[in-house]
Design a protein around this ligand. Structure first.
Ligand SMILES: N[C@@H](CCC(=O)N[C@@H](CS)C(=O)NCC(=O)O)C(=O)O
Length: 204
């Protein structure tokens, strides 16, 4: 299989991290895609131009990080990302959605930063800066939830890859006033799979 990524994509990082957690390295080649470029050859592989993108051994391509995670998780018949049933499942899905909301806003901000300075929208940057701080505030109150502290899951990977964007966006300063979140992130950051998937470059 082939996984298309970019070095700094937080969505691709979730998948790269999970490949290591699950020990699937020997089955998946990782390829750097050229995104956001006119006529990139990557568009012939994935017309949407987005990463992550997994091309399975049968040639079928999968887009969307969570779909790819689910697919990879079930390859060996021993899924580890399954959600619990009933009320616990809804709690887990709610946390996953909140983490997704956080990372999606940060991705919009990163996209803006990646533009030429004269094309950046100060309004969008201001909006996403404020959203990120509200989300950090929410997460400070939620981070003690058992789902965020038990076995690895999509909510945890999404939140960690969101918070990890501080390395690429120095204006994303979520730590101040959020000691529980800092503690959680510091612990998560020690996972070898998280360390190994840090972006090599600090900009887009
Ligand atoms: N919902 C998608 C988001 C993927 C996404 O937005 N990826 C960005 C990189 S962080 C991308 O490929 N951007 C290139 C483009 O928009 O052309 C997922 O979860 O995989």
């Amino acid at each position: 299989m082939k996984l298309y990524i970019t070095d700094g994509s937080p969505y691709a990082r979730m998948v790269r991290m999970f490949i290591l957690e699950k020990g699937l390295q020997s089955r998946i080649d990782i390829e750097l895609a050229q995104t956001r470029q006119t006529d990139s050859p990557y568009y012939a592989i994935n017309p949407s131009g987005r990463v992550p993108y997994l091309v399975r051994d049968d040639g079928v391509g999968l887009e969307e990080s969570v779909l790819i995670l689910d697919y990879l998780d079930q390859l060996d018949g021993k899924p580890m990302l399954s959600l619990p049933e009933g009320a616990a499942g809804w709690k887990a899905r709610r946390l996953e959605a909140l983490a997704r909301s956080f990372i999606d806003g940060l991705a919009v901000w990163s996209r803006e930063n990646a533009r030429a300075p004269n094309e950046r929208s100060p309004t969008t940057i201001k909006h996403e800066t404020a959203r990120s701080l509200r989300m950090a505030e929410v997460w400070e109150t939620l981070i003690d939830a058992p789902w965020m502290n038990g076995r690895l899951n999509v909510a945890q990977m999404t939140l960690a890859c969101a918070l990890g964007l501080e390395a690429r966006n120095t204006n994303f300063q979520w730590r101040a006033g959020h000691p529980k979140l800092v503690k959680w992130f510091n612990a998560f950051s020690a996972r070898p799979a998280f360390v190994a998937t840090a972006a090599a470059s600090s900009t887009h």
